[in-house]
Ligand binder design. Structure first.
Ligand SMILES: NC(=O)c1ccc[n+]([C@@H]2O[C@H](COP(=O)([O-])OP(=O)(O)OC[C@H]3O[C@@H](n4cnc5c(N)ncnc54)[C@H](OP(=O)(O)O)[C@@H]3O)[C@@H](O)[C@H]2O)c1
Length: 448
């Protein structure tokens, strides 16, 4: 029986929702597992703000003695045993440890023992969300994960509810605040990549180990979840093409600006209306200076969603940070106790078996070369591209660089990214290159 069900139907003041447990008629008892950046911010809200429907019951974390703070009321139980989050008097478990395990174990146990779960764990939801949502549905519980995607921006609910009437086909966004901070610093002040990264770390915007942000796997997990919520097609995250921003240099911003563009780490997915096939990628791309993506500053995030009937809709806000993420977690808790029906939109059984995803899409392309200058380079590059039926659109060269390490840019007419990459393998082998060319697709609204 559901932990949240009212024992006496005669006194149940609320209608039972279509899915998930009935709303509570007493404050829901919440166990918080993981008392780090987000966990502490959630505890602050639960301890300080007037949400009478919620009561912080327990805080669980390893080495709990080191975690105790004096602003949590005395009646809250502190524990370093995860099992204590599954005590009989706990209604909802909030998982904020991160990582695949033991977070996955805890969530399965919580759902199977009749508790709803709120989590901010993007990797776990991206890799195992379908299975976990299946368990939640089977056990009549909620699995909420709003904070896992947009942190402070309520994207899941906006898509599941606010845009339910549309048929969505494209999502494009800036889903990693660390990358956006670094790229906007490089753009604004010519700060080198390594310096901008160090600044992000000093400001607490980047982790000590920023690999998941920089290489795109953080945004990729979010994109995988969004694709399933928006398109009902849950791609395996590891199948989404994902490229690092680490090879972007200040020179690229100079060239991008000549093309009336800038560079952003873009998470992009499109569901083909006819075939149902999904193309998705997370990679640095050129975006028009006039686009909403270009105007996202610092660590903010933006998601744009395109639907067949409603056109383009955008969502902007804080994509990271303890307080903003905690608001999403507490909002999920409130929606559970208020009886908002669970959607389970990422249930494995509702997702078509064939959810193959391709990283290949058609777009104009930007290639930056660094060469040891000599006659015949452009002719050699043009010949290599023409073998793949790729047409050069423009060649740009800024003055003021050494001839032994000369950067210049070639833009290509719209073509498939896979074909450009094949051609680049030939071009890279030419001996005038002093560095591997950087290839960035140019995001235009009609990217296919
Ligand atoms: N921070 C953000 O802006 C943000 C935004 C959106 C989503 N999220 C997600 O929210 C979750 C938490 O992130 P966070 O930034 O709060 O991380 P964090 O600061 O590292 O906090 C994690 C907490 O969980 C504890 N913990 C980790 N593994 C544990 C285990 N096996 N047993 C018991 N306790 C364990 C850690 O203890 P120790 O202190 O001993 O390591 C730490 O207190 C992650 O899934 C993250 O992806 C974070």
């Amino acid at each position: 029986m559901s932990k949240l069900a009212n024992d006496d139907p005669a006194t149940d003041l609320h209608a039972v929702p279509a899915a998930g447990p009935a709303p509570l008629v007493r404050p829901a008892s919440v166990a918080l597992v993981g008392f780090g950046t987000v966990g502490q911010a959630v505890a602050r809200i639960l301890c300080e703000s007037p949400h009478p429907e919620l009561r912080l019951h327990a805080v669980c974390n390893r080495q709990i003695e080191k975690k105790k703070v004096d602003w949590v009321p005395d009646e809250v139980k502190w524990s370093d045993r995860l099992d204590d989050a599954l005590a009989p008097d706990v209604d909802i478990v909030v998982e904020l440890m991160g990582g695949l395990e033991p977070a996955g174990w805890l969530i399965r146990r919580a759902l199977e023992s009749g508790r709803s779960v709120v989590t901010a764990n993007k990797q776990l939801v991206a890799y195992h969300g379908g299975e976990l949502a299946e368990i939640a549905a089977r056990c009549g519980q909620h699995l909420r994960f709003e904070a896992a995607v947009g942190a402070g921006i309520p994207l899941v609910r906006a898509i599941e509810d606010g845009l339910a009437g549309d048929r969505l086909f494209t999502i494009a966004g800036i889903l990693n605040g660390t990358c956006n901070f670094i790229l906007t610093r490089m753009e604004e002040s010519g700060t080198p990549f390594d310096v901008a990264l160090a600044e992000a770390q000093q400001l607490g915007i980047a982790e000590a180990d920023p690999a998941e942000d920089i290489d795109g796997s953080d945004a990729r997990a979010k994109l995988a979840i969004l694709a399933s919520v928006a398109f009902g097609c849950h791609p395996r995250p590891q199948e989404i093409d994902c490229r690092s921003i680490a090879r972007v240099e200040n020179t690229d911003f100079r060239y991008a600006s000549r093309l009336h563009s800038t560079i952003r780490q873009v998470a992009w997915a499109r569901r083909d209306r006819e075939s149902g096939r999904l193309a998705a990628a997370v990679r640095p791309m050129l975006v028009s200076s006039r686009s909403a993506l270009a105007r996202v500053e610092g660590s903010d995030n933006l998601l744009t969603v395109e639907g067949e009937f409603g056109g383009l809709t955008g969502f902007l806000g804080k994509g990271a940070g303890g307080a903003a993420t905690a608001v999403a977690v507490v909002s999920d808790l409130l929606s559970i106790v208020r009886g908002v029906p669970a959607r389970h939109s990422i249930r494995a059984s509702q997702i078509p078996a064939d959810c193959s995803v391709s990283g290949d899409f058609t777009a104009p392309q930007y290639i930056r070369f660094n060469v040891d200058d000599r006659p015949g380079i452009i002719a050699a590059i043009a010949t290599a591209f023409s073998k793949y039926d790729i047409s050069i659109d423009a060649i740009l060269q800024e003055p003021g660089y050494q001839r032994t390490r000369l950067p210049f840019v070639v833009t290509l007419d719209s073509c498939r990214t896979s074909v450009v990459e094949a051609a680049l393998q030939d071009v890279e082998a030419l001996d005038f290159n002093v560095q591997r060319p950087l290839h960035l697709p140019i995001l235009v609204s009609n990217v296919r």
